[in-house]
Design a binder for this molecule. Structure first.
Ligand code: RM4
Ligand code: MN
Ligand code: MN
Length: 424
């Protein structure tokens, strides 16, 4: 379902006066507001096709109902989300959870919803019903060449699906590793994985990239073959210029300084982009900005400074994607909150006066440095995000409209209470 234009107009009309007042106060205080609004308008965050249904843990799954039953319905949900916030104009597909059976029809549908296709994702962490060989002991690292070949072929297949839809990158996340000391020869696992990745790399079209995602633990709990940014960077460097390291915020050990990792990957020209989420303990996949919005802001501070230093286009030169799971929230409401949190952190980072910060750093004025960062972080820039949405035809308050129009009820009526979306 898409909303009638008049529904959005009515919603905005009722809120416009208050919104303009708040906006005027920011415009009065900061001369750069217009520039920030334009940068927010250009910024898009891709939605993962596997995050439109209810998530769960191994202890259970409690659905909201009305989950999308097909890729077409998932695209419908992202189309709706984008209609509300005008910042979710891309979808990232996970294969084989979401195989585009009729690529021409899927492309056509994407055009109708104003969506493009972000990176495609391969899956060699689960065994599929028709699959010949098992990934129980890994995929690209496997000691058996035949298993490695099966996993390589799958990745090449995923690239083909992506080519048909206009994607420009493949994200490879491997669950490969070991659960017990002695199970695996680390060097052997690394070398076999590299060799497999080299074959996949060889199948990339000229204008494609490969993103190597790392993760500290789970499902393997003793070692992960791509366990941290050092290992990922090693693979990416050995593979060549089309290979980059992807940072999923939940994939670090507790208290890792992610912003420093980001700064250095960016410096090396090897940062692929992000899987945004938030976490308290591990790969919790919680709503972006729900636990530690300050960390998100610090990451964006490094991104803005580092991208400017390399003359990069903020909106286009890195992959921006959400990778979250919605266990107790409506998935669409959760995604609205996540996109908003990302845009707020980005806007606040844009507000930092880099010249003044550098001056303070140069004289070791530690107090001043903290004040500069926190002054930006403590400024409520939500009116700028709302204004960017409004200018692009979106809603001033997406969450409010989602609720007042009872969108989940409509989806339940249309799709049913007990539908299950593919994904984790
Ligand atoms: C992993 C990782 C991958 C995602 C899967 C579903 O933990 O974050 O990016 O594709 O989960
Ligand atoms: Mn991820
Ligand atoms: Mn993850």
């Amino acid at each position: 379902m898409l909303l009638e234009g008049s529904t959005i107009e009515k919603h905005n009309e009722q809120r416009l006066r208050r919104h303009k007042l708040k906006l005027a106060s920011l415009q009065d205080e900061f001369p750069e507001t217009e520039q920030i609004i334009r940068q927010i308008e250009a910024f898009q965050v891709a939605i993962p096709s596997w995050a439109l249904g209810t998530g769960g843990t191994r202890f259970g799954r409690f659905s909201e109902g009305g989950e999308p039953r097909s890729l077409e319905e998932k695209m419908e949900d992202v189309g709706l989300l984008n209609q509300l916030n005008r910042a979710s104009g891309a979808i990232s597909l996970h294969i084989p959870w979401d195989v585009p059976q009729d690529p021409a029809a899927i492309r056509q549908l994407a055009q109708e919803y104003g969506l493009s296709f972000d990176a495609v994702n391969s899956n060699t962490f689960q065994d599929q019903p028709q699959q010949a060989l098992s990934y129980k002991f890994g995929s690209l690292q496997h000691v058996d060449k035949a298993v490695r070949k099966q996993a390589i072929d799958h990745n090449i297949e995923v690239i083909k699906h992506g080519v048909e839809l206009g994607s420009k990158a493949i994200t490879v996340w491997l669950s490969d590793g070991s659960c017990f000391p002695g199970q695996l020869n680390f060097r052997g696992a690394f070398e076999r994985t590299l060799e497999s990745l080299q074959e996949i790399y060889g199948a990339l079209p000229a204008d494609w990239k490969i993103f190597i995602e790392y993760k500290a633990f789970e499902p393997n709990f003793y070692s992960m073959t791509v366990g941290d940014w050092g290992q990922s960077l090693l693979y990416a460097s050995k593979l060549g210029p089309k290979a980059y390291t992807l940072v999923d915020l939940g994939h670090h050990l507790p208290n890792a300084n992610i912003e420093q990792i980001v700064a250095l990957l960016l410096m090396e020209g090897k940062l692929a982009g992000f899987h945004f989420n938030d976490s308290k303990y591990g790969d919790d996949d919680l709503t972006v900005g729900s636990i530690n919005p300050y960390q998100l802001f610090l990451i964006f501070n490094e991104l803005v400074e580092g991208m400017n230093a390399r003359n990069m286009n903020h909106a286009k030169d890195l992959g921006w994607m959400i990778d979250a799971s919605h266990n107790v929230k409506d998935p669409l409401e959760d995604l609205i909150q996540s996109v908003e949190a990302i845009l707020i952190a980005y806007a606040q980072a844009l507000l930092i006066d880099t010249t003044v910060l550098k001056q303070a750093q140069a004289v070791n004025d530690v107090v001043r440095c903290q004040e500069i960062l926190q002054a930006a972080y403590r400024t409520d820039l939500r009116p700028l995000i709302a204004e960017a949405r409004f200018r692009k035809g979106g809603t001033l308050e997406p969450l409010e409209l989602f609720r007042s129009e009872a969108i989940r009820n409509t989806l339940i009526k249309k799709r049913g209470e007990k539908t299950v979306a593919t994904g984790l």
